[in-house]
Design a protein around this ligand. Structure first.
Ligand SMILES: Cc1cc2nc3c(=O)[nH]c(=O)nc-3n(C[C@H](O)[C@H](O)[C@H](O)COP(=O)(O)O)c2cc1C
Length: 203
């Protein structure tokens, strides 16, 4: 495993994978990283659906991108070869329950999710996802966080995810197929310069 700076510098979205599986200990290292992010109120409301065999991965794609014209025209066929898909889910009620506890009750955030100016469940999920992406990068694995869009309900049903969970997205993991690597239109937009986003002292 490389250091954090190298893992950060090396991370990029990978949309083309070689079909080789990921060794169990490496996959466990990536999954364990999900518990190393910060969590508001130390709530911990993340569950990971881990699809790490061919049948489960095929079931995922049959649900989210069924065979037909959309699948045939899918611009990232190498993504369909990722040997592992991780579907992070969150339980919003865990946050209202936690913030109704004595040490947090004064915030009144326990009364309803609508009271939250920032929905911390998404913030925590993002931190957990980033920790997994970094861990993957540190191990030389490719990764991609992608959206599940209108397939959330279908995926929940297919994989038995309880109805009180929201699907955050899906993380593909595997060994990058460098020969087929290309950047998406989004990635080609590039990143802002640090000076554009840093407002020292005031905006
Ligand atoms: C919340 C979120 C959703 C994303 N959804 C998709 C997606 O549905 N499909 C996709 O190809 N990439 C998706 N991406 C990846 C971004 O396009 C990518 O991170 C961005 O272009 C920067 O490129 P990089 O990850 O290679 O640095 C998503 C990223 C995030 C953070």
């Amino acid at each position: 495993m490389t250091d954090v700076a190298a893992a950060l510098a090396g991370r990029r979205s990978c949309r083309a994978y070689r079909p080789e599986p990921i060794a169990v200990d490496l996959l466990d290292t990536v999954l364990a990283a999900s518990l190393r992010g910060p969590s508001a109120g130390n709530t911990w409301a993340l569950d990971l659906v881990v699809l790490d065999d061919e049948a489960a991965v095929a079931a995922y794609w049959d649900t989210s991108l069924p065979s037909g014209p959309r699948r045939d025209a899918f611009p990232w066929p190498g993504l369909l070869r990722a040997p592992v898909l991780v579907v992070p889910t969150i339980r919003i009620a865990a946050y209202t329950e936690r913030y109704a506890e004595a040490d947090k009750a004064a915030t009144r955030l326990g009364e309803s999710p609508d009271r939250w100016p920032v929905p911390y469940w998404w913030v925590d999920a993002g931190a957990a996802v980033m920790a997994m992406l970094l861990a993957a990068s540190g191990l030389g694995l490719g990764s991609l966080l992608f959206g599940t869009f209108e397939r959330e309900d279908a995926l929940r049903e297919r994989f038995g995810v309880p109805g009180d969970r929201r699907v955050v997205g899906t993380i593909a993991l595997g060994w990058p197929d460098e020969a087929e690597h290309r950047r998406s239109a989004s990635a080609r937009r590039g990143r802002p310069e640090l000076a554009e986003v840093v407002h020292r002292g005031c905006w």
